[in-house]
Design a protein around this ligand. Structure first.
Ligand code: FAD
Length: 509
């Protein structure tokens, strides 16, 4: 049996929601994955009379496609979509059966209006929490537009194919046989990359806002909800709705919720924001802020949004180590997300740069997958919590190098080693390895503000107890500010604080 009792119970509920018949075409051989795949699709067919299974020859074996009866959709799974891809399987079945997707009508229209042939292939791993968004977006596009197809390929089941394409980070997407993208993308991002994103003219008739929030992480979502609940005109512009939460797997300190996962929390944030009449502008990046009669925020596409107050909540991003080779080998062995890309380094030697909590957590995680993990820490001692260090030092396949400075990440078409300087002697050393995970903290997303608002030495926006910056009407919240601690619950609190501060400002002015 491929499905355990829990998953089967969940599936049973979902399959009740099928609206029409679904035909699964399965291409199977005699290998172990094929056998599991056949068992899975047969089990699906026994669970719903709406699902029929047919043997077929598809371009990849093992794989199966999910179709309407009499019409192929182009949605194919090469590998078994369990783990993080279980939801992708459920959604594909429901949407192919005719159930409406939870996507705005304008996005559906954009997808339907795409003309031409687009054949996507996405390489994923079942433990990657960034992959389902991409898989589900491409599946939906295939279901809605007959010119689009998508095959999800599990890198573990198709190891040789993934290696031949040098796939070293997931998700990696190919379009019509050419590299298209790497990393998490929303459906709006994909549409943007295909050239069908909204342009400045789509924003031209927007009336000024009372509160415009820039950034859609926990701080921005909280600020927008608090503002909208005052009954004032509120907008939110976000490059990646959900923010860093999207890069997080388990969350155990979101008080009152014992355990949740980043993707789930991000989806709840968006759902909550959409409960109010907030103008949500996703996959849009702000590039300029200026105070004139109104406060103006210019987007990358040239649109200018006007508002009486603005709340900046642009958060933070992974810090780059800034050595030769890092940029060149990004996604070719240089990685930032151990949960996502770890499985691609199974049985290989990897380095982790950074001996703080995130670096040591990553090293412990990777030690269970890779053959060997070398940790490089700049300072003479690791900075991670003692409990993490104890766990690390108990592992047999980890080497810790302290007081060393990374000099270069070397490689040809992909990473083949790392050079570092022993800081006490100045000696340069080189280790041959296959991957480098950079885990040296975060940098605030505030460069685009230039000198318009006061920032501290490390670029954080300086705010007072009301969340106000030095510019009247401009507030800030969350990880982009000089708040000493960076956590989800703290960001949400400061988002609420800044929204109340902005409301107070509006009534007084
Ligand atoms: C791997 C990892 C694990 C973590 N685990 C936990 C945990 O277990 N518990 C916990 O409490 N915290 C955790 N954190 C920290 C937590 O995620 C952050 O403190 C929190 O997300 C900060 O929220 P924020 O809204 O301030 O910023 P972010 O989450 O960074 O969101 C910023 C938002 O602004 C957008 N943005 C950025 N620049 C622009 C621009 N120019 N224009 C438009 N939009 C822009 C981004 O796309 C995003 O929508 C973790 C962080 C990471 C990276």
């Amino acid at each position: 049996m491929v499905l355990d009792a829990d998953i089967k119970a969940q599936l049973n509920q979902y399959l009740q929601l099928l609206e029409g018949d679904v035909l699964i075409k399965v291409s199977a051989g005699s290998d172990a994955v094929s056998k599991d795949m056949l068992a899975l699709v047969d089990e699906l067919a026994t669970m719903s009379s709406r699902i029929k299974v047919e043997q077929a020859t598809l371009p990849r074996t093992p794989s199966f496609s999910v179709n309407r009866v009499g019409e192929d959709t182009g949605v194919t799974f090469a590998g078994i979509p369990l783990g993080h891809e279980f939801t992708s399987l459920v959604l594909a079945l429901l949407q192919v059966s005719g159930r409406a997707p939870k996507v705005e009508q304008n996005v559906i229209d954009q997808i339907k209006n795409i003309s031409g042939e687009y054949h996507f292939e996405s390489y994923i791993s079942l433990s990657c929490h960034n992959c389902p968004d991409v898989v589900q977006a491409l599946n939906l596009m295939s279901i809605l537009n007959p010119g689009i197809t998508h095959t999800m390929i599990d890198g573990a089941a198709y190891k040789a194919e993934a290696e031949s394409k040098n796939v070293m980070a997931v998700p990696t997407v190919y379009l019509n046989g050419e590299f298209f993208s790497s990393g998490r993308m929303t459906i709006e991002d994909i549409l943007g990359k295909l050239g069908s994103a909204p342009d400045a003219s789509d924003f031209a008739d927007k009336a000024p806002y009372d509160v415009l929030v820039v950034g859609g992480g926990p701080a921005g979502a909280s600020a927008a909800i608090y503002a909208a609940r005052k009954g004032i005109r509120t907008g939110i512009v976000a490059e990646r709705f959900g923010g860093q939460v999207l890069d997080t797997v388990g969350i155990e300190n979101f008080i009152s919720v014992k355990y949740t996962e980043g993707a789930k929390l991000a989806a709840s944030l968006e759902e909550h924001v959409k409960e109010y009449g907030i103008d949500v502008m996703k996959s849009q990046r702000a590039k300029r802020l200026e105070k004139r009669d109104f406060i103006e925020v210019e987007l990358e596409n040239g649109a200018v949004l006007k508002s009486k107050t603005v709340i900046l909540s642009t958060g933070a991003r992974w810090r780059n180590v800034g050595v030769p080779g890092e940029e060149e080998f990004k996604n070719k062995g240089v990685a930032y997300c151990p949960h996502c890309d770890g499985p691609l380094f199974a049985g290989k030697h990897v380095a982790v740069i950074g001996g703080g909590n995130s670096g040591i957590e990553a090293a412990i995680d990777l030690a269970g997958i890779a053959s060997h993990v070398t940790v490089l820490e700049f300072m003479p001692e690791l900075k991670a919590d003692a409990v993490l260090q104890d766990r690390l030092y108990s592992l047999p396949n980890v080497t810790v190098l302290k007081n060393v400075q990374t000099k270069e990440i070397t490689g040809t078409d992909k990473v083949n080693g790392i050079s570092y300087i022993e800081r006490d002697t100045g000696t340069v050393q080189h280790i041959e390895l296959d991957g480098v995970f950079v885990q040296i903290g975060l940098v605030p997303n505030t460069d685009w503000l230039g000198d318009t608002v006061e920032r501290n030495r490390i670029g954080e926006i300086v705010v007072n107890s009301h969340g106000a910056t030095n510019v009247p009407g401009v507030f800030a919240a969350g990880d982009c500010t000089n708040s000493p601690y960076k956590q989800i619950i703290i960001s949400m609190g400061s988002g609420a604080n800044a929204a109340l501060g902005a409301f107070d400002y509006l009534i007084r002015n």
